[in-house]
Design a protein around this ligand. Structure first.
Ligand code: FRU
Length: 493
């Protein structure tokens, strides 16, 4: 081929690639301040680990279709938890099965022996799901396996001794979340085992011993337990332990959701402080949420922004589903009650443009954006997002019922699943006194954080035309002490 011809072919391909690049992330309903894969299907966040200044986000990924299928681990990285760069696929299915959810750790002491030439290994611990075994009706088709990276997460090698933890004959035996337990110098794996959590320990990530079980008689059991997480949080100088257990179905507003327990973990056993069922997010669209490893005292949570009730049929064309915004978890007390509160990570302020003061009434807006309000004496109020097609999402507070709500009954395209159009509610936990509330609003989602994150709700929506109006209404004389709206810059520009 002559050089001129080669030159034109190269220019042609660069042009096509750049047109493609420009169009991705610009489709209708494409989240502008949330991570979603450039194309195709995603569900759970996986292997979240902070290492050498980079936040790694792996995710359940099917690169061949926009519906769930043979699972891979997709990969994205970020320096600030806000802007993401998609990387090559990290883990492909193999003869042991699909690559289901799991976690990743920094093996600083090279306990696994995977480290070489002084290079610290990153180790991924994930579930191998064998679809053949499942089809044949066996009960041991989910097993835990390892892969490691010696180039800071760029490339991954599967361990040749996989699987390292075989199913004892439990059909739902998956989603390992692993951390280093410093007092007893051992790794702890928190594993979802059907209707309970089973804890295992290991000196080297390869040999695992069962420690204890938790939760058969506690918490919500409307469906199978999945994607757990165990970590400690500071409570005024004391350490409390939080056990996250995702559940599908059986959430407070139907379908999948994230419950948690507060208690103590002694290296062997989790002991809850009470028998309450608590929810990290009451909305319909946060699931499989867990936290980043290796972030020190700071605990950063991220969930999948969808619900198994309809995740496969939401009306997007080139990609399907996104993650929530990252949220920082903190212990908060209200009277004698104790909660894990979630707040948007402070890093998100970097994309917030100048906030403008709003007055009650209607105005034009552009999404994405963030609305912040506070009230000294909380009363009924609502925030309505709408378009000139008569579609709307209404978000607000009902004082009599002490409930926040998100109503997407008339939010546009809703007929892909019977329960999608609906009104969802969540309790207010602060019984009196002032209220503050933030809404992170993307083109197809809203996340509500009330009372400094004591109540959180996430909901997605699919208007036929973008929402471009905002109407504030409030009852009685409930003046807003603060009421601002700020546009946010797209993370893809
Ligand atoms: C949760 C889940 C996990 C499983 C993965 C499969 O959404 O069902 O339990 O590992 O998704 O994609």
């Amino acid at each position: 081929m002559n050089t001129k011809r080669l030159f034109f072919i190269i220019v042609f391909f660069i042009a096509i690639a750049s047109v493609h690049g420009q169009q991705a992330y610009k489709e209708p309903h494409r989240p502008q301040i949330h991570f979603s894969p450039k194309e195709k299907w995603t569900n759970d966040p996986n292997g979240m680990v902070y290492h050498n200044g980079i936040y790694h986000l792996f995710f359940q990924y099917y690169p061949d279709s926009t519906v769930w299928g043979p699972m891979h681990w997709g990969h994205a990285t970020s320096k600030d938890l806000v802007h993401w760069q998609q990387q090559p696929i990290a883990l492909y299915p193999d003869s042991l099965g699909y690559i289901f959810s799991g976690s990743a750790v920094v093996d600083k002491n090279n306990t696994s022996g995977f480290g070489k030439n002084g290079k610290t290994p990153l180790v991924a611990i994930f579930t191998h799901h064998d679809p053949k075994g499942e089809k044949e009706g066996r009960n041991n088709f989910q097993n835990q396996s390892l892969a490691y990276s010696l180039d800071d997460g760029k490339s991954w090698t599967k361990y040749n001794g996989n699987p390292v933890l075989k199913s004892p004959g439990i059909t739902d035996f998956r989603d390992p979340k692993v951390f280093w337990h410093e007092p007893q110098k051992k790794w702890i794996m928190t594993l979802a085992t059907k209707d309970r959590i089973t804890f295992y320990s290991s000196p080297d990530l390869k040999n695992w011993t069962k420690e204890s079980e938790f939760g058969k008689e506690l918490g919500a059991h409307g469906g199978v337990w999945e994607c757990p997480d165990l970590f400690s949080l500071d409570d005024n100088g004391k350490k409390v332990w939080v056990l996250i257990v995702n559940l599908n179905p059986g959430g407070p507003n139907g379908g999948s959701a994230t419950q948690y327990f507060i208690g103590d973990f002694n290296g062997n056993k989790f002991t809850p402080m009470d028998s309450s069922t608590r929810w990290l997010d009451y909305g319909p669209d946060e699931y499989a949420g867990i936290t980043w490893c290796n972030t020190g005292a700071r605990k950063i949570f991220l969930g999948w922004m969808s619900n198994w009730s309809y995740a496969n049929v939401v009306p997007t064309a080139t990609w399907r589903n996104a993650m929530t915004i990252p949220r920082e978890l903190k212990i908060k007390h209200v009277g004698t009650a104790i909660h894990v509160a979630s707040e948007p990570v402070a890093e998100l302020n970097s994309i917030r443009l100048n906030p403008v003061a709003l007055s009650p009434g209607a105005r034009k807006i552009a999404l994405p954006g963030r609305l912040d309000l506070s009230m000294d004496k909380p009363d009924n109020f609502s925030v309505t997002l709408s378009n000139d097609a008569g579609e709307e999402v209404v978000i607000g507070y009902n004082k009599e019922q002490q409930q926040f709500f998100i109503d997407r009954s008339r939010s546009g395209i809703t007929d892909f699943q019977k329960d999608f159009a609906g009104k969802f509610v969540a309790p207010r936990f602060r019984p009196s006194g002032s209220m503050d509330l933030s809404l992170i609003i993307d083109v197809s989602s809203v996340e509500l954080f009330a009372d400094n994150g004591l109540t959180v709700m996430t909901a997605i929506f699919f208007p036929a035309k973008p929402f471009d109006r905002l109407r504030m209404q409030s009852a009685g004389n409930a003046p807003f002490k603060k009421l601002t709206y700020a546009n946010c810059k797209s993370i893809w520009k």
